[in-house]
Design a binder for this molecule. Sequence first.
Ligand code: F6P
Length: 342
Amino acid sequence: MRVGILTGGGDCPGLNAVIRGVVRKGERHYGDEILGFRDGWRGVMDGEYDLLTVNGCRGILPRGGTIIGTSRISPYMFSDGVDRVKKTFAKLELDALVAVGGEGTLSCTNEIFREGLPVVGVPKTIDNDIGITEKTFGFDTAVSIATEAIDRLHTTAESHNRVMVVEVMGRHVGHIATWAGLAGGATMTLIPEEPFDIDQVCDALTRRHTKGRYASIVVVAEGAKPKAGSLTIKEDSYDEYGHIRLGGIGNLVAREIESRTGYETRVTILGYTQRGGSPTAFDRVLSSRYGVAAIDAVHDEAWGEMVALVAEEMIRVPIADAVAELKFVNKNLWKTAQEFFA
Ligand code: F6P
């Protein structure tokens, strides 16, 4: 078969391992020819691709980013976008396309499937917010990076008797914040699912500090929101998929903590360091499994389906079901995290 692959949305550690898995099993087992489209759907619309081979993919397993590039561009942003995708399928005699992406890319992939094209999805995001699948690759790496950062912040916070606010990614969900906060022994964690009351945050810090502790770590997911009416936050902007573009809540929380408690407070915004660089061993394994499962799905003609990790097994689910709603932080996990607050 002639199989295309694209990586869309924000980059994520493990993308290259997925590509390698598709190429390895595709070429060696099925005798496929794999076309890597440049920069997500942009490359499909423009018919721009690199031929991917087992030899050409040597050494990419531990490499961060994506060797074929990515973008947040969707065919639905252009009046002729879908026609251009169809033309590329016809011109290149493509038998299938594997789309590796987050909620935006997968929703678009589902629409393309509804246009009658043979596509298969692979869930990708460090945010871990795709429905049904228990884990997306990149999440474990992001949590490891954030945890290491928190460990480092503890010692400088303690030396200076400071409050350290650490802003991590997660625009709609607090998976990274919850896991890294728990793993790093955060004093408190603020997530989008649970709007926070700044007075309660400051009271908890004050109680802790009057009990003889003079340093605290507050982990804040970038999408964390104050309870309605309790604090004003800056106007949000949006990307090409209509996704909210955040950044700034960490600074706001730090400012409020310092002014309300009088404790010296500093902010660290981890930002793109959570997405860059080499994937953890867990993410390399998960990504390799996704890649192999995706090319198997192509050969089973499982069009419109996404590979997913459920109960340790690779299964297939309709992409439509996976993108129907975001996966939020597990309530029991959140309760456990709260046991360690302040
Ligand atoms: O979706 C993953 C993610 O890293 C989010 O956590 C973050 O809000 C967003 O991407 C940032 O995207 P961009 O690369 O467009 O700035």
